[in-house]
Design a protein around this ligand. Sequence first.
Ligand code: MOS
Length: 746
Amino acid sequence: MSVKPSVGQPVSRLEGRQKVTGTAKYAAEYNVPGLLYGYVVSSTIPKGKILNIDISGAKALEGVVEVLTHQNRPKLAWFDLQYADMDAPPGTVFKPLHDDEIKFNGQPIALVVATDFETARYAATLIKVDYQQEGFETCINNSLHKARDAKKGLATVLKPPPPKPEGDFKKAYEAAPFKVDTEYRHSPEHHNPIELFATTTVFEGEGKLTIYDKTQGTINNQVFIANVFGLQYKNVRVLAPFVGGAFGSGLRPQYQLFLSVMAALHLKRNVRVTLDRQQMFSLGHRPQNIQRLKFAANESGQLTAMQHSAFVETSSYEDYTEVISSWSHRLYPSKNTLFEYKVVPLDLSTPIDMRAPGGSTAMHAIECTMDQLAYKLNVDPLELRLRNYAEIDPSTKKPFTSKALRECYQQAAERFGWNKRNPQPASMPRGNKLVGYGMATGVWDAYQFPSRVEAMITAEGKLVVNNAVTDIGTGTFTVMTQIAADEFGLSIEDVTFNYGDSKKPFSMFQGGSSMTSSTGVAIVIAAKALKEKMLKKAKGIKGSPLAAASEKEVVFANGRISLRSDPSVFISFEAIVAANKGQAIKTTNMGKPHALKLRKYSKMTHSASFVEVEVDKELKIITVTRAVTAVAAGKIINPKTARSQISGSMIWGISKALHEESIVDETLGKYVNPNLGEYHIPTHADVNQLEVIFADEKDELINELGVKGVGEIGLVAMPAAIANAVFHATGKRITKLPIHFDELLE
Ligand code: MOS
């Protein structure tokens, strides 16, 4: 009996049982001996100085071991360095407990360490702080005069500034018969994964630490901690085997990690620091922004001029950027373009990537503007997209490695029943509701990062694969196991994938929808090398039946190497390892993008979302009743986990369009809804019928696996599709997200 290939099968998450039964341990669940508990004291002003911080009351409390502030913290070389992390934007990284300066409300200003969490938390309330408050600004509207270009830095590689203007935008726009001049706005959104940010630092002896951390990147945080605290890389081990959601919030080392390590080294004890839900609102967010767009078309509906200018919040100390104003020209051809991106510094913490950062923000504005243009032209919105369909990437004039967007449009439109749409707004009643249909396009980068994989066949003839990558809930563990199993013709039960550990070979943080291409490809490369090594060993065995066999003449399957022409001639993996004196046979290899070859191509994923909303005629309450998203992302390794990625991000699209919003009180300079009672996310009642289609997209150029990544693309088209559906239902164009039902009331 031959083992069936696993790739393409809807394999359930291998760690699912551990997660639902509670045996999967998260960063705050490692109960190491003599554990101390840290609680963070947060600033209550947005900007100014700490004049005095009185810790005596807290220190006197029984059970309190230490209180660290900027006045008594240990000296660190790092406080004089500029070093940050792999995801740090240009600027000066925020250093907790560095000095008396306050840069944002909720900034950590002290750490109480006690023998139990409740004592630490109570002691924190006994700390008295005198501030000298300074003038501040937390509203993007009031700060637009400060808009400027972002500083350039390492992050610019992944987030390049928009392309230079082409043609003569002004002239073309003025001359065009059809045009739309619009402005879109977004409120900030905060990361609210179920798992709170937490770090358990185990003090293993002088200069040696084992750290259980909530992070998307074990090696990123290992390097960060080693550099900051002047430790040897090999003595810092960061583990994150299970991560309860992250979506970008764990791309950078967060301050609880720093504080936990600082306290552990200072006290030579094991220390855990857990943030509470309110403190999660100081860790980074999707930035508030204003986007101005001017699109013009000729009589046949072809775009002749496009302008997209983005004004996006950053902090006073770092220049966080996203890719926003570059997307329309990666999707639609236009001879005359003008794209701008300006940062607007505010006295809030630095924004951070949040699922499809920039893409979801931009495509809401772009695809709503396209909807407006469709109405101006009196053309069906889908038809307008098809009239502007780019066969090559208009922004680079390069061909795509593959692009099945047309198939996405067709399949999703058909499944949805788009042809039943009456284009007239407010023309489709259903009882006391108005029904609206909206559609939008999604586009996202297909990234691949270098990744290193160790692969070995053990004495038992099983496959072990090691890589430092995390699985933040995406299905990475399962998908990597499937890829590895198929390379050797083994069943997934015979494969162990070890991950989430900085001691394993290099992986970037899990981000940018790039893990299947990065670590997946590295597995393929390592497997190839290991198979060569195995065959060589097999051929060297005395009297080997494979002595004369070439690579092409053998197959690896069912725990054996056998002759393709005669499977009864074989050597088992166990026999090969036995002949190697019982020592596992292993290789370590690097997978990396074919940068040179791919320079001639544009690499992107695409999607199309079609949404039906119902809007209550009197109350104007909006319900997304059904949605279909079709995705073109190359080969799908696991249709079950991939579908979960898309439907999960479709729900986020509903959330972004209708629910999520951090409200800044401009007079206090703080978020006033930092809790899950007032920061709204969708519940089951908000999520109805969601359908996911994967368009058949063969990509032989992109990488060895033909995969592009599905972590973010499902979110990109949804907000615009929903906003367009709300317009179709009501005739009212709401240009700010999230859309509040009361904005629809007359
Ligand atoms: Mo994601 S925003 O690439 O973690």
